[in-house]
Design a protein around this ligand. Sequence first.
Ligand code: F6P
Ligand code: MN
Length: 335
Amino acid sequence: MSRITLSRYLIEQTRSNNTPADLRFLIEVVARACKEISYAVSKGALGGVLGSMETENIQGEVQKKLDVLSNDILLEANEWGGHLAGMASEEMDNAYQIPGKYPKGAYLLVFDPLDGSSNIDVNVSVGTIFSVLRCPDRNGEEGDLGEEAFLQPGTEQVAAGYAIYGPQTMLMLTLGNGVKGFTLDRELGSFVMTHDNIQVPAQTKEFAINMSNQRHWEAPVTRYVDELLAGKSGPLEKDYNMRWVAAMVADVHRILTRGGMFMYPRDSREPEKPGKLRLMYEANPMSFIIEQAGGAATNGYQRILDIQPTSLHQRVAVFLGSKEEVERVTGYHQA
Ligand code: F6P
Ligand code: MN
Protein backbone atom coordinates (compact mmCIF):
# COMPACT_ATOMS: atom_id res chain seq x y z
CA MET A 1 0.00 0.00 0.00
CA SER A 2 1.39 3.40 -0.90
CA ARG A 3 1.94 5.79 1.94
CA ILE A 4 -0.06 8.99 2.13
CA THR A 5 2.24 11.86 3.00
CA LEU A 6 0.93 15.16 4.29
CA SER A 7 1.74 16.72 0.89
CA ARG A 8 -0.30 14.11 -0.94
CA TYR A 9 -3.20 14.46 1.50
CA LEU A 10 -3.20 18.22 0.99
CA ILE A 11 -3.13 17.92 -2.79
CA GLU A 12 -6.03 15.48 -2.67
CA GLN A 13 -7.92 17.90 -0.44
CA THR A 14 -7.34 20.65 -2.99
CA ARG A 15 -9.04 18.47 -5.60
CA SER A 16 -11.86 16.94 -3.60
CA ASN A 17 -12.62 19.42 -0.85
CA ASN A 18 -11.91 22.72 -2.61
CA THR A 19 -9.00 23.49 -0.30
CA PRO A 20 -7.37 26.54 -1.91
CA ALA A 21 -3.79 26.09 -3.11
CA ASP A 22 -2.50 28.89 -0.88
CA LEU A 23 -4.01 27.21 2.21
CA ARG A 24 -2.29 24.00 1.17
CA PHE A 25 1.00 25.86 0.86
CA LEU A 26 0.45 27.48 4.27
CA ILE A 27 -0.01 24.10 5.98
CA GLU A 28 3.04 22.70 4.18
CA VAL A 29 5.14 25.61 5.43
CA VAL A 30 3.86 25.25 9.00
CA ALA A 31 4.63 21.52 8.88
CA ARG A 32 8.15 22.24 7.65
CA ALA A 33 8.67 24.70 10.51
CA CYS A 34 7.40 22.07 12.98
CA LYS A 35 10.00 19.62 11.64
CA GLU A 36 12.68 22.18 12.34
CA ILE A 37 11.35 22.79 15.87
CA SER A 38 11.16 19.04 16.44
CA TYR A 39 14.81 18.76 15.48
CA ALA A 40 15.84 21.58 17.85
CA VAL A 41 13.77 20.11 20.70
CA SER A 42 15.27 16.65 20.21
CA LYS A 43 18.84 17.94 20.38
CA GLY A 44 18.24 19.16 23.93
CA ALA A 45 21.37 19.99 25.87
CA LEU A 46 23.53 19.00 22.86
CA GLY A 47 22.06 21.90 20.90
CA GLY A 48 22.55 24.36 23.74
CA VAL A 49 18.84 25.14 23.58
CA LEU A 50 17.69 24.23 27.09
CA GLY A 51 17.11 26.74 29.87
CA SER A 52 15.55 30.17 30.12
CA MET A 53 16.05 33.60 28.61
CA GLU A 54 16.15 36.66 30.84
CA THR A 55 12.90 37.88 29.28
CA GLU A 56 9.22 37.37 30.05
CA ASN A 57 6.39 37.15 27.52
CA ILE A 58 3.30 39.37 27.66
CA GLN A 59 1.68 36.92 30.07
CA GLY A 60 4.54 37.47 32.54
CA GLU A 61 5.88 33.95 31.98
CA VAL A 62 9.63 33.40 31.79
CA GLN A 63 10.55 32.61 28.20
CA LYS A 64 12.54 29.49 27.51
CA LYS A 65 15.23 29.61 24.84
CA LEU A 66 13.19 27.15 22.82
CA ASP A 67 10.04 29.32 23.10
CA VAL A 68 11.90 32.12 21.38
CA LEU A 69 13.63 29.87 18.86
CA SER A 70 10.36 28.14 17.91
CA ASN A 71 8.64 31.50 17.51
CA ASP A 72 11.43 32.71 15.20
CA ILE A 73 11.32 29.51 13.15
CA LEU A 74 7.57 29.90 12.55
CA LEU A 75 7.85 33.60 11.68
CA GLU A 76 10.75 33.12 9.27
CA ALA A 77 9.18 30.13 7.56
CA ASN A 78 5.86 31.89 6.99
CA GLU A 79 6.66 35.53 6.29
CA TRP A 80 7.95 35.36 2.70
CA GLY A 81 5.57 32.96 0.89
CA GLY A 82 2.76 35.39 0.08
CA HIS A 83 0.08 33.29 1.76
CA LEU A 84 -0.35 35.40 4.92
CA ALA A 85 -1.66 38.85 5.79
CA GLY A 86 -0.26 38.63 9.32
CA MET A 87 0.61 36.43 12.26
CA ALA A 88 0.01 36.46 16.00
CA SER A 89 1.80 34.44 18.64
CA GLU A 90 1.48 33.74 22.31
CA GLU A 91 5.08 34.90 22.61
CA MET A 92 4.61 38.34 20.98
CA ASP A 93 2.82 41.36 22.44
CA ASN A 94 1.29 42.53 19.15
CA ALA A 95 0.34 41.23 15.70
CA TYR A 96 3.34 40.43 13.50
CA GLN A 97 3.46 42.45 10.28
CA ILE A 98 4.57 40.76 7.06
CA PRO A 99 7.69 42.71 6.00
CA GLY A 100 6.98 45.17 3.17
CA LYS A 101 9.39 43.43 0.77
CA TYR A 102 7.19 40.30 0.69
CA PRO A 103 3.78 39.78 -0.92
CA LYS A 104 0.75 39.47 1.32
CA GLY A 105 -1.97 36.82 1.21
CA ALA A 106 -5.46 36.00 2.38
CA TYR A 107 -4.82 34.21 5.67
CA LEU A 108 -3.89 34.90 9.27
CA LEU A 109 -1.76 32.44 11.21
CA VAL A 110 -2.05 32.30 14.99
CA PHE A 111 0.18 30.06 17.11
CA ASP A 112 1.54 28.91 20.42
CA PRO A 113 5.07 28.13 19.21
CA LEU A 114 6.02 25.81 22.05
CA ASP A 115 3.20 24.71 24.29
CA GLY A 116 4.05 23.22 27.67
CA SER A 117 7.56 24.59 27.50
CA SER A 118 8.13 24.10 31.23
CA ASN A 119 8.42 20.41 30.24
CA ILE A 120 11.44 20.93 27.98
CA ASP A 121 14.12 20.83 30.62
CA VAL A 122 12.72 17.56 32.03
CA ASN A 123 12.47 15.83 28.63
CA VAL A 124 8.69 15.50 28.54
CA SER A 125 6.44 16.13 25.50
CA VAL A 126 5.87 19.66 24.22
CA GLY A 127 4.25 20.88 21.01
CA THR A 128 3.24 23.64 18.60
CA ILE A 129 -0.44 24.66 18.28
CA PHE A 130 -1.72 26.65 15.30
CA SER A 131 -4.91 28.12 13.92
CA VAL A 132 -5.66 29.60 10.50
CA LEU A 133 -8.22 32.37 9.90
CA ARG A 134 -9.14 34.38 6.83
CA CYS A 135 -8.02 37.99 6.92
CA PRO A 136 -11.11 40.21 6.82
CA ASP A 137 -11.44 42.49 3.81
CA ARG A 138 -9.46 45.67 4.57
CA ASN A 139 -11.24 47.73 1.89
CA GLY A 140 -7.98 48.71 0.27
CA GLU A 141 -6.63 50.03 3.56
CA GLU A 142 -2.84 50.05 3.66
CA GLY A 143 -0.64 50.17 6.75
CA ASP A 144 -0.22 47.90 9.71
CA LEU A 145 -2.64 45.10 10.35
CA GLY A 146 -4.38 45.70 13.67
CA GLU A 147 -5.34 43.26 16.38
CA GLU A 148 -9.06 43.51 15.36
CA ALA A 149 -8.42 41.44 12.23
CA PHE A 150 -7.63 38.43 14.42
CA LEU A 151 -10.59 38.76 16.80
CA GLN A 152 -12.83 36.22 15.12
CA PRO A 153 -14.71 33.43 16.88
CA GLY A 154 -13.25 29.94 16.57
CA THR A 155 -16.04 28.91 14.19
CA GLU A 156 -14.24 31.04 11.58
CA GLN A 157 -11.09 28.91 11.63
CA VAL A 158 -10.37 27.34 8.25
CA ALA A 159 -7.74 24.97 9.63
CA ALA A 160 -6.15 24.10 12.94
CA GLY A 161 -3.60 21.64 14.14
CA TYR A 162 -0.77 20.87 16.43
CA ALA A 163 2.57 19.13 16.32
CA ILE A 164 3.56 17.07 19.32
CA TYR A 165 7.23 16.47 20.02
CA GLY A 166 7.14 13.27 22.07
CA PRO A 167 8.51 9.76 21.60
CA GLN A 168 7.27 10.34 18.04
CA THR A 169 6.76 13.69 16.36
CA MET A 170 3.20 13.86 15.08
CA LEU A 171 1.10 16.45 13.30
CA MET A 172 -2.65 16.41 13.88
CA LEU A 173 -4.68 18.46 11.45
CA THR A 174 -8.23 19.51 10.66
CA LEU A 175 -9.38 21.38 7.60
CA GLY A 176 -12.96 21.27 8.91
CA ASN A 177 -13.78 17.79 7.60
CA GLY A 178 -12.48 15.45 10.29
CA VAL A 179 -9.08 15.02 11.90
CA LYS A 180 -6.07 13.27 10.38
CA GLY A 181 -2.87 12.31 12.17
CA PHE A 182 0.58 12.20 10.55
CA THR A 183 3.76 10.76 12.04
CA LEU A 184 7.13 12.20 11.11
CA ASP A 185 9.22 9.61 9.28
CA ARG A 186 12.68 10.86 10.15
CA GLU A 187 14.41 8.91 7.36
CA LEU A 188 12.06 10.27 4.71
CA GLY A 189 11.77 13.67 6.33
CA SER A 190 8.01 13.55 5.64
CA PHE A 191 4.88 13.46 7.71
CA VAL A 192 3.06 10.23 6.81
CA MET A 193 -0.62 9.63 7.55
CA THR A 194 -0.91 7.09 10.34
CA HIS A 195 -4.26 8.04 11.89
CA ASP A 196 -7.28 8.40 9.64
CA ASN A 197 -10.73 9.43 10.86
CA ILE A 198 -9.85 10.12 14.49
CA GLN A 199 -12.81 9.86 16.88
CA VAL A 200 -12.99 10.77 20.56
CA PRO A 201 -15.19 8.23 22.37
CA ALA A 202 -18.28 9.90 23.88
CA GLN A 203 -17.67 8.28 27.26
CA THR A 204 -14.49 7.94 29.27
CA LYS A 205 -12.98 6.80 32.55
CA GLU A 206 -10.09 9.24 32.51
CA PHE A 207 -9.79 12.90 33.44
CA ALA A 208 -7.09 15.57 33.46
CA ILE A 209 -6.96 18.57 35.80
CA ASN A 210 -4.33 20.23 37.95
CA MET A 211 -5.65 19.06 41.33
CA SER A 212 -3.31 21.35 43.24
CA ASN A 213 -5.67 24.23 42.42
CA GLN A 214 -8.67 22.48 43.96
CA ARG A 215 -9.15 24.96 46.80
CA HIS A 216 -9.54 27.79 44.26
CA TRP A 217 -12.19 26.15 42.04
CA GLU A 218 -15.77 27.26 41.60
CA ALA A 219 -18.64 25.12 42.90
CA PRO A 220 -19.63 23.34 39.63
CA VAL A 221 -16.05 22.10 39.11
CA THR A 222 -15.70 20.95 42.71
CA ARG A 223 -19.01 19.08 42.42
CA TYR A 224 -17.99 17.37 39.19
CA VAL A 225 -14.48 16.37 40.33
CA ASP A 226 -15.87 15.11 43.66
CA GLU A 227 -18.16 12.85 41.64
CA LEU A 228 -15.25 11.59 39.52
CA LEU A 229 -13.23 10.86 42.64
CA ALA A 230 -16.15 9.05 44.29
CA GLY A 231 -15.79 6.36 41.62
CA LYS A 232 -18.00 3.28 41.57
CA SER A 233 -19.82 4.13 44.76
CA GLY A 234 -20.58 7.70 43.59
CA PRO A 235 -23.29 9.00 41.23
CA LEU A 236 -21.22 8.25 38.08
CA GLU A 237 -20.92 4.60 39.12
CA LYS A 238 -17.47 3.98 37.67
CA ASP A 239 -13.87 4.36 38.77
CA TYR A 240 -11.90 7.06 36.97
CA ASN A 241 -8.18 7.38 36.41
CA MET A 242 -6.33 10.71 36.37
CA ARG A 243 -3.49 11.98 34.11
CA TRP A 244 -1.90 15.44 33.95
CA VAL A 245 1.12 16.08 31.71
CA ALA A 246 0.93 19.88 32.13
CA ALA A 247 1.38 20.41 28.40
CA MET A 248 -1.98 20.96 26.74
CA VAL A 249 -0.80 19.34 23.50
CA ALA A 250 0.13 16.14 25.31
CA ASP A 251 -3.06 15.98 27.38
CA VAL A 252 -5.25 16.73 24.34
CA HIS A 253 -3.31 14.24 22.24
CA ARG A 254 -4.03 11.50 24.76
CA ILE A 255 -7.72 12.43 24.70
CA LEU A 256 -7.81 12.36 20.88
CA THR A 257 -6.19 8.95 20.97
CA ARG A 258 -8.19 7.20 23.69
CA GLY A 259 -10.77 9.65 25.03
CA GLY A 260 -10.82 11.57 28.28
CA MET A 261 -11.79 14.83 29.87
CA PHE A 262 -9.47 17.86 30.06
CA MET A 263 -10.17 20.76 32.38
CA TYR A 264 -8.48 24.04 33.11
CA PRO A 265 -11.23 25.94 34.91
CA ARG A 266 -11.24 29.56 35.94
CA ASP A 267 -10.55 29.92 39.64
CA SER A 268 -10.45 32.47 42.42
CA ARG A 269 -6.70 33.14 42.31
CA GLU A 270 -6.99 35.84 39.67
CA PRO A 271 -10.73 36.50 39.36
CA GLU A 272 -10.23 39.01 36.54
CA LYS A 273 -8.70 36.26 34.38
CA PRO A 274 -11.19 33.67 33.09
CA GLY A 275 -8.79 30.72 33.30
CA LYS A 276 -5.17 30.15 32.33
CA LEU A 277 -5.27 28.96 28.74
CA ARG A 278 -5.34 31.34 25.82
CA LEU A 279 -8.44 31.45 23.64
CA MET A 280 -6.74 32.27 20.34
CA TYR A 281 -3.60 30.14 20.57
CA GLU A 282 -4.74 27.14 22.59
CA ALA A 283 -8.48 26.79 23.26
CA ASN A 284 -9.82 27.61 19.78
CA PRO A 285 -7.54 25.36 17.72
CA MET A 286 -7.86 22.49 20.20
CA SER A 287 -11.65 22.90 20.40
CA PHE A 288 -11.90 22.85 16.60
CA ILE A 289 -9.86 19.63 16.47
CA ILE A 290 -11.79 17.98 19.30
CA GLU A 291 -15.17 18.87 17.80
CA GLN A 292 -14.04 17.60 14.42
CA ALA A 293 -13.23 14.30 16.14
CA GLY A 294 -16.71 14.08 17.66
CA GLY A 295 -15.84 15.53 21.08
CA ALA A 296 -17.01 18.77 22.68
CA ALA A 297 -15.44 21.90 24.20
CA THR A 298 -16.98 24.59 26.40
CA ASN A 299 -15.91 27.20 28.93
CA GLY A 300 -18.57 25.83 31.30
CA TYR A 301 -21.21 28.17 29.95
CA GLN A 302 -20.92 28.16 26.18
CA ARG A 303 -19.22 26.44 23.27
CA ILE A 304 -15.66 27.75 23.09
CA LEU A 305 -15.82 28.15 19.29
CA ASP A 306 -18.75 30.59 19.66
CA ILE A 307 -16.89 33.02 21.94
CA GLN A 308 -16.30 36.42 20.35
CA PRO A 309 -12.70 37.32 21.29
CA THR A 310 -12.09 40.81 22.62
CA SER A 311 -8.29 40.73 22.80
CA LEU A 312 -5.46 38.74 21.29
CA HIS A 313 -4.13 37.28 24.53
CA GLN A 314 -7.52 36.65 26.13
CA ARG A 315 -7.80 33.70 28.50
CA VAL A 316 -10.61 31.23 28.83
CA ALA A 317 -11.74 28.33 31.00
CA VAL A 318 -11.56 25.02 29.13
CA PHE A 319 -13.60 21.80 29.48
CA LEU A 320 -12.83 19.60 26.53
CA GLY A 321 -12.94 15.98 25.41
CA SER A 322 -15.45 13.14 25.55
CA LYS A 323 -18.85 14.59 24.76
CA GLU A 324 -20.94 13.17 27.59
CA GLU A 325 -18.49 14.35 30.26
CA VAL A 326 -18.23 17.85 28.77
CA GLU A 327 -22.02 18.06 28.67
CA ARG A 328 -22.25 16.95 32.30
CA VAL A 329 -19.85 19.54 33.72
CA THR A 330 -21.32 22.25 31.47
CA GLY A 331 -24.76 21.32 32.83
CA TYR A 332 -23.47 21.79 36.40
CA HIS A 333 -22.52 25.37 35.50
CA GLN A 334 -26.12 26.07 34.48
CA ALA A 335 -27.62 24.55 37.67
O1 F6P B 1 0.42 26.88 27.93
C1 F6P B 1 -0.03 26.76 29.20
C2 F6P B 1 0.18 25.38 29.76
O2 F6P B 1 1.55 25.04 29.79
C3 F6P B 1 -0.61 24.27 29.07
O3 F6P B 1 0.11 23.67 28.03
C4 F6P B 1 -0.90 23.31 30.20
O4 F6P B 1 -2.09 22.59 30.00
C5 F6P B 1 -0.99 24.21 31.40
O5 F6P B 1 -0.32 25.41 31.09
C6 F6P B 1 -0.39 23.60 32.62
O6 F6P B 1 -0.67 24.39 33.71
P1 F6P B 1 -0.17 24.08 35.20
O7 F6P B 1 1.27 24.48 35.22
O8 F6P B 1 -1.03 24.94 36.05
O9 F6P B 1 -0.35 22.62 35.45
MN1 MN C 1 0.77 26.91 25.72
